[in-house]
Write a protein that binds this ligand. Structure first.
Ligand code: NOJ
Length: 542
């Protein structure tokens, strides 16, 4: 059997540093806090961690506005803490992926500060005397006019996100050189990979043509999976998925090749899926987040289609598939799946909205996790997924910090509901965002060691996934598969010197019990006497 790279079947745990573990009582998570929780993560059974940005930043977009790519923000610790974290992660047998934010810097980055004061130092960003009509992802216009040092009105600069996040000009050789050096800086320190932020945005269409639509995450109109003809495809947005981005990733691929076993994962909200898989052609990145699976919602037919097309497109370029249900930009799936329409994909849920059914949402979240964690490929989990953590759906507006809330003047509520600090123990004081009451009930110390708790079930799932090597198995839909009736069923087969092992996964997303062929149960919280209860999944040996 050929040895596959670690990322092709890894379970990768996303840490949102400000909300993970607070070692000082400041209300903000930090890197020493992450180090202290490595035993928890190793015991959980993940293979790798990915940390959202911890670099020096004015924190206008929770660290996705970087002022110094080579140092740690004092909020989170020091560069020595980052080094200790890298070493300690490896000592725990885990890999570590860090976030790279190449589309924009912070407006406090020395390059931008220099650009403000010196008209001859503006080429590293996108300055124009006349802005076009582009809109910001976070609301409002994508251009802001500067004032010259002498007080006269200056040109406009492009920011697809907040005004504090000027877009870099990737046509400039210094920008390219700088990022290759940043990659080397962290590779030399021992990181195993990079999650590349807005990977589809770096290159803009020549001439910056007008475009009426606000950049967003995938919209329904763009989700036309039937388009598979690459020749006739034109990107929907002139600022996303331009051909020129691929040369950048080819050059980064060459940098990573100077080291061993390092990877990149693209964060690119693009559709149709064949466009996404162009980022993981053999000489580009190693992985891309599969948001088609995430946006499919709790719906057997949509999941069936998402799974089929993901395998097909991945196969076409020879890349591993990834699976993900939530991250720091989405409403947590335990809440989405508890909404009256569990296929809906709201930007946020607030106190004024219909509240999700917590118990139903959590039950469905486990059923969905048991699909995700059994599928061959790499699975991403967001901190708290293992607790079945819901979104904070009644967050007071005065607590909100997402720039979207401010920039849309409250018309959109933003992503804070998914970013509430991780509850380690009941009674834990609130951190930078207040926690809902449920976080005390669902805290780690309330679930740890409790048979049948979400956390213990999750640990068991990850143990079984590793034992049966599900991440590197062969996938096939099985006889019980009946998506029209709400049943997803597939087998995952692995072979080694001891013989063939086959696990059947039967997910009942319908509201009626499903009878299945008898077999040895591996795990199945809603399974008894050959029946899979509604909203539950069973893993059986076949
Ligand atoms: C994607 C990140 O995940 C999100 O949190 C951030 O606001 C934008 N990129 C801009 O960097």
């Amino acid at each position: 059997m050929s040895k596959t790279p670690w990322w092709s079947h890894a379970v990768i745990y996303q840490i949102y540093p400000r909300s993970f573990a607070d070692s000082t009582g400041s209300g903000m998570g930090d890197l020493p806090g992450v180090i202290a929780k490595l035993p928890y993560l190793a015991e959980l059974g993940v293979d790798a961690i990915w940390l959202s940005p911890f670099y020096v930043s004015p924190q206008q977009d929770a660290g996705y506005d970087v002022a110094d790519y080579r140092d740690v923000d004092p909020l989170f610790g020091t560069l020595a803490d980052a080094d200790r974290l890298i070493t300690a992660t490896h000592e725990h047998g885990l890999k570590i992926i860090v976030d790279l934010v190449p589309n924009h810097t912070s407006d406090q980055h020395p390059w931008f500060q220099q650009a403000l004061g010196d008209p001859d130092a503006r080429d590293r960003y996108i300055f124009r005397d006349q802005p076009n009509n582009w809109l910001s992802h976070f609301g409002g216009k994508a251009w802001t006019q500067i004032t010259e040092p002498d007080g006269t009105p200056g040109p406009y600069y492009l920011h697809l996100f907040d005004t504090s996040q000027p877009d870099l000009n990737w046509e400039h050789p210094e920008v390219r050189e700088e990022f290759e050096n940043i990659l080397r800086f962290w590779l030399d320190r021992g990181v195993d990979g990079f999650r590349v932020d807005v990977a589809h945005g770096l290159v803009k269409q020549a001439g910056l043509p007008d475009h009426p639509h606000r950049p967003g995450m995938i919209t329904d109109a763009e989700l036309d999976h039937n388009i598979t003809d690459s020749d006739s495809f034109t990107p929907v947005h002139p600022f996303y998925d331009q051909e020129g981005v691929h040369e950048i990733y080819r050059s980064w691929h060459r940098v990573l090749e100077e080291y061993q076993d390092r990877m990149m994962v693209a964060e690119a909200w693009i559709s149709p899926l064949f466009r996404l898989f162009r980022y993981v052609r053999p000489d580009e990145m190693q992985q891309a987040f599969n948001f088609t699976f995430l946006t499919a919602g709790y719906d057997a037919q949509a999941l069936h289609e998402a799974i089929d097309i993901s395998f097909a497109e991945a196969h076409a370029v020879g890349a591993p598939v990834t699976w993900v249900l939530s991250n720091h930009d989405t409403v947590r799936h335990a809440s989405r799946f508890g909404l009256p329409d569990p296929t809906s994909y709201p930007d946020s849920i607030t106190a004024e909205d219909i509240q999700p059914d917590e118990a139903l949402g959590r039950r469905r979240a486990l059923a969905a996790a048991m699909i995700e964690l059994a599928l061959p490929g790499s699975a991403y989990i967001y901190q708290g997924d293992e607790l079945g953590l819901p979104e904070h759906t009644t967050l007071p507006n005065e607590a909100r910090q997402d720039p979207t809330y401010r920039r849309t003047r409250g018309a959109e509520y933003g992503r804070d509901g998914a970013r509430v600090p991780m509850p380690w123990r009941a009674g834990q004081p609130d951190g930078w965002l207040p926690a809902p009451e449920s976080y005390h009930r669902l805290a780690v110390d309330q679930q740890d060691g409790v048979p049948g708790s979400f956390l213990e079930t999750y640990r068991q799932l990850l143990r079984l996934r590793a034992e049966y090597r599900l991440g590197s198995g062969q996938f096939a839909w099985s006889a019980h598969h009946d998506p029209h009736r709400g049943v997803l069923a597939f087998t995952v087969t692995t072979e080694d010197h001891t013989g063939t092992q086959r696990v059947e996964v039967i997910a009942n997303l319908s509201d009626r019990p499903v009878t299945v062929a008898p077999g040895e149960l591996l795990i199945g919280p809603g399974y008894a006497e050959s029946m899979v209860e509604p909203d539950s999944t069973a893993w059986l040996i076949r």
